[in-house]
Ligand binder design. Sequence first.
Ligand SMILES: Nc1ncnc2c1ncn2[C@@H]1O[C@H](COP(=O)(O)OP(=O)(O)O)[C@@H](O)[C@H]1O
Ligand SMILES: CC(C)(COP(=O)(O)O)[C@@H](O)C(=O)NCCC(=O)O
Ligand SMILES: [K+]
Length: 236
Amino acid sequence: MRLLIDVGNTSLKAVLWHNEQAQPADINDLPWLQITEVIYACVGRSDLLNDVLAQAASNNIICFEAKVTRTLGDLVCAYDHVANLGIDRWLALIAGFTLYPNTACIVVDAGTATTIDVLSSEGVHLGGWILPGLDLMTSSLTQNTQRVFDDGKTPFTNELGKDTPNGLKNGALVATIGAIDQAKLHLTDKKTEQKVQMIFAGGYGLLLQQQFEGSIFDSLLVMKGLNYWYELTETV
Ligand SMILES: Nc1ncnc2c1ncn2[C@@H]1O[C@H](COP(=O)(O)OP(=O)(O)O)[C@@H](O)[C@H]1O
Ligand SMILES: CC(C)(COP(=O)(O)O)[C@@H](O)C(=O)NCCC(=O)O
Ligand SMILES: [K+]
């Protein structure tokens, strides 16, 4: 089985991949005798990987770090400086392109930051945006104002705010929804009326997905991308 690790800015996630399925992994108690390789991606603190990579080395298990490249198969990165694109964004795009071939996609990964990436049906990454995640949007306001406060229990909804906590929370949500709506404008082709698949991932992915009809939430999107990255890269 394969150990897949995704280090974000809030948390490190690990799964064991076996028979085309993911099972949760306890990073402090790994079945090293059954692990064949470690594939990892990191946009957060790389020192969080020190222990696990040292354990892999002492078990003679090979480790691969996923990196962004200009192309991967038919997928083409929008950035000129490809190394600057977050690897988690590239992996989510790899997964979107593989799971929805020949389909234009909007890929949203809503964690510490919310990233929105636009992918043409041919696999051309047209670019994207980086927004503060919902928690960062609200905390930046509560920390930099005297009177804007959160009560820790008000949910994010798309209603108009009628007190400070729901003005704050709902403002963050609708700002994010509005940005995702803007992404659609970059794919709309009146002549072909192409289908656009919206794909959500990350800690706030399910909440955002519920705002868009016909969209999907895939909590394993980045992990699937890691797996595809390895399968598409290894043979080259
Ligand atoms: N059910 C949930 N599980 C995990 N994180 C959640 C959940 N709901 C909201 N969050 C928020 O999502 C963020 C973490 O998302 P995640 O995608 O793991 O981030 P990152 O990839 O940046 O580490 C945090 O801001 C957390 O508060
Ligand atoms: C935008 C991100 C911080 C998102 O990270 P996350 O919210 O998953 O922790 C990460 O993809 C990143 O560091 N990107 C580098 C900048 C870029 O993509 O242009
Ligand atoms: K993210």
